[in-house]
Design a binder for this molecule. Sequence first.
Ligand SMILES: C[S@@+](CC[C@H](N)C(=O)[O-])C[C@H]1O[C@@H](n2cnc3c(N)ncnc32)[C@H](O)[C@@H]1O
Length: 313
Amino acid sequence: METIKDIEKKHISVLLNELVDSIDIKKDEKNIIVDCTLGMWWHASKMIEKMNSGDIFVWFDADIKNLELARIRLDEVNKNKKVEIHLINSNFWNIKDELEKIWIKEITWIYYDLWLSSLHLDEADRWFSFMNDGPLDMRLDKTKWKTAADIVNSYKDSELREIFLKYWEEPGANKISKLIVENRRKKRFETTLELAKIIPWPIKVKSRIFQAIRIEVNEELEVLEKSLLDAIKILKKEWNIFVISFHSLEDRITKNIFRDESRDCICDDIICSCLHKKSIRILSKKPILPSEEEIKQNTRSRSAKARLAQKII
Ligand SMILES: C[S@@+](CC[C@H](N)C(=O)[O-])C[C@H]1O[C@@H](n2cnc3c(N)ncnc32)[C@H](O)[C@@H]1O
């Protein structure tokens, strides 16, 4: 039978040393660290090794399964440290409100290792992928109402085209959205393979279409944008935020938010009307990338990019 340790091994963390080494734990201050994407807690366990007893460590994951596994291993991971750990089963969209519920208004470090763990990608009952047949769902958070089937069966032709263009600049967007609308008149799409079959293009295109639908189902870009802006607000002066992303849209959001938040004015007016004040300094002028060694050991790491910034006010 598969043990928790076997399950953990299915996900290899990315930029582990780069993330952990970028954190300067203070000895004379209470460190309050937030892991927004706990997953298989590889980053979190390394982080605990650096933390002091009595520090606070908050773990978010929208997927309850990950938190349940973490809860089972918690004592073992934390046995020599006695860090105060809070597990929060919530989308990181809510970080500010969720932290307030446990009386945390300011934090000293926050990091994101975005989107799915390899476990999700491999797991048959999640159906984020078109390689196996299963319900057309794609919700990371099962309490949300909108599934991939709802989108595919109810969005207008023009709305489908827009998400394929917006999220992946997919050149076949027009044709694919028409094909979807034509086919659903005959029969509602219920499974991943039913949808994959009608996209008569190579795997790359199927993959982009599935990803675009997944981004729409989970509102990934809006969620990330709100969360990063809130994270910067609650970060204490001189403390850092670290974001690892795996696709260009997520990286662009992080890059743009870091750029805007590190500027005093973000409007194009000759006399500034936005009155925006800079709140961070970018510490990674170029994105932090995995080493060749890491890419050799874990090919999934090749698309990872990280960015690091420091709060200055
Ligand atoms: C790449 S994995 C994290 C891996 C982890 N850092 C490790 O070292 O094992 C991303 C995790 O974040 C969770 N996640 C993704 N988007 C989320 C969101 N918007 N809110 C909360 N959790 C999210 C996923 O359920 C997944 O477990």
